[in-house]
Design a protein around this ligand. Structure first.
Ligand code: NIG
Ligand code: FE
Length: 424
């Protein structure tokens, strides 16, 4: 690590999201970005030391200014590093053939039930060696970084046997160690019922509970435990058992809920005390109220709805009901093969009725809370990890307005410049 301080100066807007470390933001507070104009940040040893107007920082560090490496952010927007709290980062292969099938009228569930979908990616992932899987996933992680993402959550769930689930999680752990982007792991053995268990799904649930969860926990390969609670996949009762079993091993529950049909997933998330409930396109009114009451973060995935040509979750309604909302790509080869959080924020505005300020909150601090990292990342405040992005736009509204363009100029991770487009 470079010992010299890093000073970012003169941001046209510095989005701090101050005061949001203890709990995710809800309701009107989701628009309180706490912007500093002509803002500056002083960073040492990878940690944010001080945040203020350029004049304040220059006065405070007067005699030490010469020591610092300086990044001039004049005319640029500076935000916390984007956080993607729901990805299926580690997989092999791709499924563009299914994209074409869907464009010709087949549905996502029809393709999966015919042995494609998650099963197709499972076959490719099982076949891949650790090295191949690492290489494919590393390339994707590079692309996340290029789009301003400094932390991703990554789920297993394309292994579906102990051996291959462990392989996926080991790849995620190695990426976390080697790559500038932080990778937070989730075990998702209950992503699909393998074809061989189709007639006896409860036997597979038993394997997840008795064989996989204990081993994943013993090896400390994941922090969270997720399940695809959906008609034709895992029932709410099976999902509850899997999530409760994870809790006994210290894995915090997450849930893919109410994506394709209303199925009581949001209600279940509130009952088991899930950290987040994700998807929620078809969440019931009762389910939304339960999430608000329990403070479960709703991780909304408008890229998935877009790519499946479905109606998005009602982000507007959820924010108005007091649910803390976060956004994510759901990056996966079937329902959302994208790595672009800026695109997701744009869809949040255009497809879910969220404002530019709300989507920025949802992609930073609330996303950090969705993976229990709200105290370390997600806002630009003293004591937090120095993960920041400089965008080539003058204000936060332009980020959503000029859509379909990658505005990322510089990415700083842990106080180091890990991506720069200075000469572009
Ligand atoms: O979050 N919904 C379940 N799982 C993924 C899709 C996985 C796939 O199609 O490969 C999702 O959308
Ligand atoms: Fe997902």
């Amino acid at each position: 690590m470079n010992r010299r301080p890093l000073l970012i100066r003169h941001a046209s807007q510095l989005v701090t999201l101050k005061g949001s470390s203890d709990a995710p933001l809800t309701g009107k507070a989701m628009e309180a970005l706490h912007i500093i104009e002509d803002g500056s940040v002083w960073i040492e040893e990878g940690i944010i030391q001080s945040v203020g107007t350029d004049r304040e920082i220059a006065e405070k560090y007067g005699s030490r200014l010469e020591e610092a490496r300086v990044i001039d952010a004049t005319g640029r927007l500076v935000t916390p590093g984007l956080v993607d709290p729901h990805t299926h980062l580690v997989y092999a292969g791709s499924r563009e053939n299914e994209f074409e099938m869907r464009l010709k009228g087949a549905t996502y569930m029809e393709i999966m039930n015919a042995g494609g979908g998650i099963h197709a990616t499972t076959a490719a992932t099982q076949k891949a060696t650790h090295e191949q899987l690492y290489e494919e996933s590393r390339k994707r992680l590079d692309l996340f970084l290029r789009h301003g993402v400094t932390t991703v959550e990554a789920k297993s769930g394309y292994g579906l046997t102990l051996e291959h689930e462990l392989k996926q999680l080991e790849v995620a752990r190695e990426l976390n160690r080697n790559h500038p982007v932080d990778v937070v792991s989730t075990f998702m053995g209950a992503h699909a019922v393998p074809v061989a268990y189709r007639e006896r799904p409860d036997d597979f649930v038993e394997r997840v509970i008795r064989e996989m969860i204990p081993e994943v926990a013993r090896r400390k390969l994941a922090e969270f435990n997720d399940v695809f609670c959906e008609k034709g996949v895992f029932t709410p009762e099976q999902s509850r058992r899997i999530l409760e079993a994870g809790k006994e091993w210290g894995l915090l529950p997450k849930i893919h809920a109410d994506e394709i049909e209303p199925y009581g997933g949001a209600e279940l998330a509130a009952e088991v005390g899930a950290v987040s409930a994700d998807h929620l396109l078809k969440a019931s009114e009762r389910g939304i109220r339960a999430l608000a009451e329990k403070g479960v973060v709703a991780v909304l995935l408008p890229g998935t709805a877009f790519f499946l040509m479905a109606e998005s979750a009602d982000g507007r309604r959820m924010i108005d009901a007091g649910v803390p909302v976060a956004l994510s790509t759901d990056c996966n080869p079937g329902s959302s093969p994208t790595v672009s959080m800026p695109l997701i924020m744009n869809l949040g505005c255009l497809k879910m009725g969220m404002t530019p300020a709300e989507v920025l909150t949802a992609a930073t601090i609330n996303a950090a809370h969705a993976i229990r990292r709200g105290r370390e990342i997600g806002s630009i405040e003293e004591g937090k990890k120095a993960d920041l992005v400089l965008f080539d736009v003058p204000n936060y509204m332009s980020l959503q307005y000029a859509f379909g363009v990658n505005h990322v100029h510089t990415v700083i991770k842990g106080g180091e410049v890990v991506l720069s487009n200075e000469n572009r």
